[in-house]
Design a protein. Structure first.
Length: 197
């Protein structure tokens, strides 16, 4: 095919695409997202924590925040018979008798996040995105660092005097760092037990 035919073919393809685009329905709803709008939703925190904001927090500061903003759902001790997931492993094994079922997927003594997450940044990310329930995104970075420190300390992962920051949190050696594996998922099956999607 000579150059003239290639140019003609390319021009024809561009014309067809332009006509198709101009005939696409315009519902008059929405607008292209701005970079600012995109950045407000770009909140993923990777295992190395490079996306963590500046801030700091200690377990003692986290304990005070926990009492006010978390204990109502998770219990004063972090493992009471509440509907919310267990956050702190209990000192003794509890029988399942009389335990109120928690929201699915159930997080209990056998799989608390602060013990089973492979990276400490997962704890920060989860608290930052999803807590407190109904008021998601209202915690300041320092509060999230403090709550992360509190949960890590109460689950015997860090010392009480350790300060969690954007530099120290990713360096925490998690107990399950080497034991974590991504679950096998097959197309058409629920992604999490109890979830229909």
């Amino acid at each position: 095919m000579d150059l003239r035919n290639r140019v003609f073919l390319l021009a024809g393809a561009l014309l067809v695409c332009g006509v198709a685009r101009s005939q696409a329905p315009d519902y008059g709803v929405g607008h292209p997202a701005t970079q600012t709008e995109i950045s407000t939703w770009d909140i993923v925190i990777s295992p190395d924590g490079k996306e963590l904001p500046p801030g700091r927090g200690t377990s003692k500061e986290g304990a005070a925040i926990y009492r006010v903003k978390c204990a109502g759902c998770h219990g004063a001790d972090g493992y009471s018979k509440n509907h919310a997931p267990t956050l702190i492993q209990s000192k003794t094994a509890r029988s399942s008798e009389g335990v109120v079922p928690c929201l699915q997927p159930c997080v209990n003594d056998a799989n608390t996040l602060a013990v089973n997450a492979p990276y400490a940044t997962i704890i920060w990310d989860y608290i930052n995105r999803g807590m407190p329930l109904g008021k998601e995104g209202t915690l300041k970075a320092d509060e999230v660092y403090s709550l992360s420190a509190f949960l890590l300390f109460r689950n015997n992962v860090i010392r009480e005097d350790e300060v969690m920051t954007d530099k120290t949190l990713p360096a925490v050696k998690m107990p399950n760092a080497k034991g974590f594996s991504i679950p096998v998922w097959k197309h058409g099956t629920p992604r999490l037990p109890g979830y229909p999607f």
